[in-house]
Ligand binder design. Structure first.
Ligand SMILES: [Fe+2]
Ligand SMILES: [Fe+2]
Length: 319
């Protein structure tokens, strides 16, 4: 879909909902009050409960880094080459490394939007972007130790391959988001939750399928940090969605219309499909995606019965 169409649809949706708000504001107030009391049990498995955005941030800031210097130093980097690595996973590792690295780009994009000006989200993003960048560097180090030379300029090369169209479209989407103000925060947080949970489950699958003990050790720590990111986004999405029906309608519309698997756009579609198909192949993989990613998003306010994620992934893994 073209950026101009995105803008048109987004504004139409905005105007339609604003006029609905004006004509039935009393009904919406009642619904909003009801929505403030979402039943507990909507949270991710083992996730703490939070009442406010600041509670989520306090929890996040209390979490220690899994990738401490001691942990990184304890990895037997020199032994990586002694264990076989199936070449099928090398493009997966390069893709994931680049997506981690592109967080810096997403971070700058988000700063331009009203979401990036939310003080809680901004504080989270400052630490989050550093952690994702370290994931990128550690995956690159693993590749090098495994004998895959990536060169000193791998970051510049990865960035140079991002299509110009992606940069323009994401800029236009930022402009489209502006009139929605705080109502757009929920959509951003749901999008972030999907990406973080997909990344987490992708790493889990990679660790299982690759059977490389040192990769498993490294991914184990990265997974812990992705899990913390997932909880932050998911819980903030839950709180933001609970605040207004407009936020829920907008988020469901945006995700349903525009979501693609993490990295697609910045990376060409065939590369994204390769990674998704390698990690979630066939009915078993789709079932895992359904249970660990899609069903968790369905538990968010306003997302009951939301099947767009699995519907988008199914043709890729069943091809
Ligand atoms: Fe990461
Ligand atoms: Fe993450």
């Amino acid at each position: 879909m073209k950026a101009r169409d995105i803008l048109t649809i987004a504004f139409e949706q905005h105007n339609r909902i604003i006029s609905a708000q004006k004509s039935s504001s009393a009904a919406l107030v009642v619904k909003d009050l009801l929505c403030k009391n979402w039943p507990i049990g909507l949270l991710l498995e083992d996730s703490p409960l939070f009442e406010t955005d600041n509670d989520v941030l306090d929890w996040y800031e209390r979490q220690p880094r899994a990738l401490s210097k001691e942990f990184v130093d304890s990895i037997a980097w020199n032994d990586i080459k002694d264990h076989p690595l199936n070449p099928a996973f090398i493009p997966v590792l390069i893709y994931m490394r680049d997506i981690e690295y592109f967080t810096e780009m997403y971070y700058r994009e988000l700063l331009r939007t009203p979401t990036g000006k939310d003080p809680v989200i901004r504080k989270f993003m400052d630490r989050w972007s550093i952690e994702e960048n370290e994931h990128a560097n550690l995956l690159n180090r693993f590749l090098n130790e495994a004998g895959i030379q990536t060169g000193d300029r791998w970051q510049d090369e990865a960035r140079a391959r991002v299509p110009r169209r992606y940069v323009i479209e994401s800029y236009l989407l930022d402009i489209a988001a502006k009139p929605f103000g705080r109502y757009f925060h929920a959509a951003h947080m749901v999008w972030g939750a999907i990406n973080e949970i997909t990344t987490l489950q992708g790493y889990r699958r990679l660790a299982q399928l690759a059977g490389h003990p040192i990769l498993e050790q490294l991914l184990g720590a990265i997974i812990q940090e992705e899990s913390i990111h997932s909880n932050f986004y998911w819980n903030l999405a839950r709180l933001k969605l609970s605040q207004a029906k407009f936020s829920r309608d907008l988020a469901r519309f945006i995700i349903g219309k525009f979501w693609t698997p993490v990295g697609q756009g910045a990376k060409p579609e065939h590369e994204t499909n390769y990674v998704v198909a390698t990690l979630f192949q066939g009915p078993t993989g789709l079932d895992i995606f359904d249970r660990t990613v899609a069903s968790r998003i369905e538990r968010l306010p306003g997302f009951a019965g939301f099947k767009a994620l699995s519907e988008r992934v199914a043709p890729i893994v069943q091809a």
